[in-house]
Ligand binder design. Structure first.
Ligand code: PLP
Length: 432
């Protein structure tokens, strides 16, 4: 463990102990101990999370908010407790958390609230959500496609204009341009907190303040921050935030939307059907208040219970300590890659704090070959464009290799990865 970490930081012994909670980390891949550096794509799950889901499924499994029987009542209680746990984790009130299947669905939910309001759904109260020609949606060139395409589609449906905050040559957001782009016509600003390619923590406070100054709403993509940093949606003063359970020790199939209560109260729903209504006739329906209004259909109860167990696990370790540990690993990743001749670290010149995630290109070696070579040594990384083609295009590459850590990652794993990258170059015989 880095000597620079203070006494409250995660110690080596503690990390080795908590790794025992993750059986998959003890497995071998291609004859080598698994070095899992793909937590940015999906994280591993501790036994406490697997046990919580199994316990629910073996003792209480039933549909929530409906049945009159005991199991349904108890399942409803534990489902709503899970919501409260996740709400607390991000600084929200219980009824400000809407369950979705992932962050992608959560962003689409908000984008469709805008387009439904724009065709008159929701009545006068939806003024802030109404878009038409002359209105502007602002996002950035850095976004994951999940926080870009829903806004492209929204612009196409409403006639609004999509404006994109550009990146500088290093890959950082050009904040001067952002200040000029966010203006009186801006209705919504959608920005990522942490880049899923560069690992930098964006100075989103400035964008949030600029958006609010002109009366625009802000959606924060917290997919790569909620799992790795203490996140307080109220302190950040965002209107919406989204995250996915599978990136924060939880299961796939569940994510969450945070929305300010007064906004959720007026927003028209995205998905409609059962479980989100009060009265229905053959021609119209009255909707429940939020969050149920946005949770159509039978809910993912065991996944919610497991996600609550995941955030309990993270909270017990302590998010500030996880953030410290990963910042140190992230720096070690960048320094190690930087020291290898022939490696270009994307965003290396950006002077911003980082999480434990870095992407790189080796001119002359395709990222798929890099990933394959590392996999032969049991090292799992992500290759490709990481659902961020505009960012890669801006940096002049079509793809990259990404290593991403989590609380269970060790310095030894980062070092093994760095050695693996050096060996890759040796093997393919490429030097800059
Ligand atoms: N936003 C960011 C920054 C991401 O990293 C991801 C996933 O990689 C997403 C959005 C989409 O998450 P999901 O596929 O879980 O909906």
């Amino acid at each position: 463990m880095s000597a620079s970490l203070d006494v409250t930081s995660l110690a080596d012994a503690e990390i080795h102990r908590l790794r025992e909670d993750f059986p998959i980390l003890q497995t071998q891949v291609n004859g080598h101990p698994l070095v899992y550096l793909d937590s940015g794509a999906t994280s591993q799950r501790p036994l406490a999370v697997l046990d919580a889901e199994r316990e629910f499924l073996t003792t209480l499994n039933s549909a929530v908010h409906r049945g009159a029987h005991t199991l349904a009542a108890e399942a409803t209680e534990i489902f709503e407790d899970a919501r409260a746990t996740v709400a607390r984790f991000v600084g929200a009130d219980d009824d400000e958390i809407v369950w979705t299947s992932n962050a992608t669905e959560a962003i689409n939910l908000v984008a469709y609230a805008f387009s439904n309001a724009s065709v008159g759904r929701g009545g006068a109260a939806t003024e802030k959500f109404r878009l038409g020609e002359g209105d502007e949606i602002v996002t950035t060139e850095m976004e994951h496609h999940a926080n870009l395409i829903p806004w492209q589609e929204l612009a196409a449906r409403t006639g609004a204009t999509l404006r994109v905050i550009p990146l500088d040559d290093d890959g950082a957001l050009r904040l001067d341009d952002a200040a000029a782009l966010i203006g009186p016509h801006t209705k919504v600003v959608a920005v990522t907190h942490v880049s899923n390619v560069l690992g930098i923590i964006n100075p989103v406070e400035q964008l949030i303040a600029a958006a609010h100054e002109v009366g625009a709403l802000v959606l924060l993509d917290a997919c790569q921050s909620a799992p790795h940093l203490p996140l307080d949606v109220k302190a950040l003063d965002v209107d919406f935030a989204v995250f996915s359970g599978h990136k924060m020790l939880g299961p796939t199939g569940i994510g969450a939307l945070y929305g300010r209560r007064e906004l959720l109260e007026v927003m028209p729903p995205f998905l409609t059907g059962g479980s989100m209504i009060t009265t229905v006739t053959t021609t119209e329906a009255e909707y429940l208040p939020p969050p149920q209004r946005f949770e159509a259909g039978t809910q993912r109860v065991s996944q919610a219970v497991a996600l609550a167990a995941a955030v309990d696990y993270l909270s017990a370790v302590g998010m500030p300590r996880i953030a410290d540990h990963e910042a140190a690993l992230g720096q070690r990743l960048v320094d190690g890659l930087f020291g290898i001749d022939g490696v270009r670290v994307l965003g290396a010149g950006i002077d911003l704090p980082r999480v434990g995630l870095a992407s790189f290109d080796i001119p002359g070696i395709h990222s798929h070959d890099v990933g394959q070579f590392l996999d032969d040594q049991g090292i799992a990384v992500r290759v490709g464009h990481h659902c961020a083609q505009p960012l890669h295009r801006r940096l002049g590459v079509t793809s990259s290799t990404r290593a991403s850590t989590y609380l269970y990652s060790t310095e030894d794993e980062v070092d093994a990865f760095i050695e693996g990258v050096a060996a890759t170059i040796e093997f393919f015989g490429v030097r800059s």
